[in-house]
Design a protein around this ligand. Structure first.
Ligand SMILES: O=C1O[C@H](COP(=O)(O)O)[C@@H](O)[C@H](O)[C@H]1O
Length: 249
């Protein structure tokens, strides 16, 4: 049931487990455009229903091309609030910050009119950053883009991270994390992360992944339910919207 290797070449999304749909693309161009179309449609629907739409974006190496494609969508971007799923304790202009990725890939073209909420900023303490992220989340995000690290982490929730259990159980949308000792965190161990409580209200959940390794890992992820083993499982174990997964080599 979870063997997504059988799904290569599929044209539409395929239900891969309850509440999870998987779609494979031949290349990154098709993948990025499919992500952009999905996100633009979800934002368009949200903007028809409410004055402002809220979009939460992941960082890392994967989603840039999808954000660049989305930036061209003809939406009322001046009514879209863009915020981050997670952030490393870096200033927004630093090359490895998730804020910089979003600025450079999405906040160009038409999407430059969107309002962007950085989690970090010069002069803001770590504690203030978490508090402000939670204040912004008082307007819950409708559309959330998740990524999956090579170790099965999601946002900044890493396998074997100290305090992972309390982060998963937190009633707050964002928590401070210390990913010391987690290889997947690289040198950026101090981070702010979305929690399952922050993900739950979203009406659209998209997981963007690329590469053979992540495809194999996804089989293992989908075969179980425990987010302590693979935190990315919160994408489908958190009650709420179904999860759509888009993959390409
Ligand atoms: O550290 C992070 O990693 C994940 C996955 O990133 P990728 O480089 O494997 O695509 C990302 O979703 C998250 O936002 C980021 O902080």
């Amino acid at each position: 049931m979870h063997d997504i290797h059988l799904q290569t070449g599929a044209r539409g999304g395929i239900p891969i487990r309850e509440g999870v749909e998987f779609q494979a693309f031949q290349d990154s161009t098709q993948w990025a455009w499919a992500a952009a179309v999905t996100l633009a449609a979800a934002l368009g629907r949200a903007l028809e229903a409410e004055p402002r739409a809220r979009l939460l974006l992941s960082g890392g190496r994967t989603p840039g091309p999808a954000y660049a494609a989305l930036a061209r969508a003809p939406l009322a971007w001046d009514r879209v609030d863009v915020a981050l799923v997670d952030e490393r304790w870096l200033l927004p202009d630093e090359p490895d910050s998730n804020a910089r990725l979003v600025r450079e890939s999405l906040l160009a073209d038409r999407a430059a009119a969107a309002r962007f909420e950085s989690i970090t900023c010069a002069g803001r303490s770590f504690e203030e950053a978490v508090t402000i992220a939670n204040m912004h989340a008082a307007h819950p995000a409708g559309v959330v883009v998740l990524g999956m690290g090579d170790d099965g982490h999601v946002a900044s929730l890493f396998p074997n991270m100290s305090g992972l259990d309390s982060a998963l159980a937190s009633p707050r949308p964002y928590v401070a994390v210390d990913a010391t000792g987690c290889p997947g965190a690289g040198p950026w161990t101090r981070r702010v992360s979305l929690t399952p409580a922050g993900l739950a209200p979203a009406h659209t959940r998209l997981l963007l992944i690329r590469g053979a390794h992540k495809r194999e890992l996804l089989d293992r992820v989908l075969a179980g339910n425990d987010p302590m083993e693979f935190p990315v499982r919160i994408a489908f174990t958190t009650p709420g919207a179904p999860l759509r997964i888009l993959w390409c080599p």
